[in-house]
Design a protein around this ligand. Sequence first.
Ligand SMILES: C[C@@]1(CC(=O)O)c2cc3[nH]c(cc4nc(cc5[nH]c(cc(n2)[C@H]1CCC(=O)O)[C@@](C)(CC(=O)O)[C@@H]5CCC(=O)O)C(CC(=O)O)=C4CCC(=O)O)c(CCC(=O)O)c3CC(=O)O
Ligand SMILES: NC(=O)C1=CN([C@@H]2O[C@H](COP(=O)(O)OP(=O)(O)OC[C@H]3O[C@@H](n4cnc5c(N)ncnc54)[C@H](O)[C@@H]3O)[C@@H](O)[C@H]2O)C=CC1
Length: 238
Amino acid sequence: MPVQNPLFPVFLKLENLRVLLVGGGNVGLEKLAAILRSSPATAVTVVSLTYLPALRALAARHPAVQLHVGPYADSFLESADLVFCATDDPALHRRIVAAAHAARLLVNVADTPPLCDFYLSSVVQKGALKVAVSTNGQSPTVAKRLRAVLEAALPDELDAVLQKMPTIRKQLAGDFAAKVKALDAVTAGLAGGPGYVAPATRRWRALAVGAALAAGALAVARWGPQASKPADENQAAS
Ligand SMILES: C[C@@]1(CC(=O)O)c2cc3[nH]c(cc4nc(cc5[nH]c(cc(n2)[C@H]1CCC(=O)O)[C@@](C)(CC(=O)O)[C@@H]5CCC(=O)O)C(CC(=O)O)=C4CCC(=O)O)c(CCC(=O)O)c3CC(=O)O
Ligand SMILES: NC(=O)C1=CN([C@@H]2O[C@H](COP(=O)(O)OP(=O)(O)OC[C@H]3O[C@@H](n4cnc5c(N)ncnc54)[C@H](O)[C@@H]3O)[C@@H](O)[C@H]2O)C=CC1
């Protein structure tokens, strides 16, 4: 089976890094909001010719965010660990990526997956728990929906459990293997038993059938009956 999503997930201590964001429009605002939602104390330098008022307001609530009014220059890369491009100028994005790579920096480029070294994810938060969802760029919309599904499915008590677990862990005696066994026993009730079917599973199955039918119907509408063939074959193969 080929790997369908070769992206390697990590959880960055972004508040220990310096972020450069180029572009202060709608997409820049979305990126800044995503960064600060998870890591509010991150030192973000934003460079842009113009700024949306909402971006200025968000920056004003985060003292580590600095706004520079003016054009991008390569010198901004000197004090950056990670770069986000969010202007409306694709040629500028290509230049920034080249300069950033020369400085061995990683870059995310809005709307241009081939130029990205990393993608943002949909983020589910419940207290100390964080789940990041990636569809490998297949559908950010499905990632967003899945976030809502997970948010609803994860009980609020989960954080209370997480807060207690370090205390239980510290009180356990024995070697590493014995501790793992004891912690597995404490948490055994959390995993569904044999035959357990998550309540959402039926809805996703229905959506899979609906999506396959819709993809087929769209292909027929756009390119005629011939074009729907690959979708039908995919369906038969899966
Ligand atoms: C590859 C990736 C690179 C990256 O941006 O890092 C990327 C790329 C692109 N996004 C596009 C469009 C949309 N993006 C969203 C939303 C989100 N996009 C996010 C991540 C990613 N987007 C990375 C892959 C994530 C993955 O693997 O799943 C999320 C998860 C995280 C975040 O951005 O914070 C956040 C949801 C957060 C949440 O709510 O949980 C919506 C929906 C909406 O806004 O409601 C739409 C419109 C509907 C649609 O198109 O699906 C387009 C087409 C633009 C065009 O058509 O012009 C491209 C470019 C392309 O695909 O070519
Ligand atoms: N708004 C959206 O949700 C979506 C946008 N896009 C695309 O994403 C791109 C960005 O969209 P928006 O953020 O809405 O555009 P925008 O026009 O709101 O923002 C672009 C920002 O880049 C800045 N900028 C331009 N040249 C610059 C330079 N040389 N140096 C520094 N800053 C510079 C501008 O001052 C502006 O603040 C566009 O190409 C758009 O087509 C695609 C899908 C959805």
